[in-house]
Design a protein around this ligand. Structure first.
Ligand code: FES
Length: 114
């Protein structure tokens, strides 16, 4: 991984295409990067806001993740919990620079307080 002031290089587009959703440890955080059906990339934290379970060890269908412990569900595009009052999962902007997927180092502005 290569860090600059705003974005960190995560992987190549080709490597990521092998599996549409993959998780990475980025600056000490577990982050999932996935591509939706329209080809848009998303980066989002993967620890459940309830008790911290790894959402990627539960069921992920389309863009909905169900926590393996108590079945809280999250929309991975928005980070919103669908069946409980909860802070959002933190999201990070993803850019494609040539052949490389890069993720913003800080969460999107609307997640900074969650
Ligand atoms: S730890 Fe995820 S729902 Fe409880």
């Amino acid at each position: 991984m290569e860090l600059n002031r705003e974005y960190i290089s995560i992987t190549t587009v080709q490597e990521h295409h092998a599996r549409p959703m993959q998780s990475y440890r980025v600056l000490g955080r577990r982050i999932a990067i996935f591509r939706d059906e329209h080809g848009a990339y998303y980066a989002i934290e993967t620890n459940c806001k309830h008790q911290g379970a790894d959402l990627l060890t539960g069921e992920v269908r389309d863009h909905i993740a169900t926590c393996p412990r108590h079945q809280w569900q999250y929309d991975l595009r928005s980070g919103i919990c669908l069946n409980h009052e909860s802070p959002r999962l933190r999201r990070y902007t993803v850019i494609v620079a040539g052949n490389v997927l890069k993720m913003a180092v800080v969460p999107s502005d609307d997640e900074l307080d969650s």
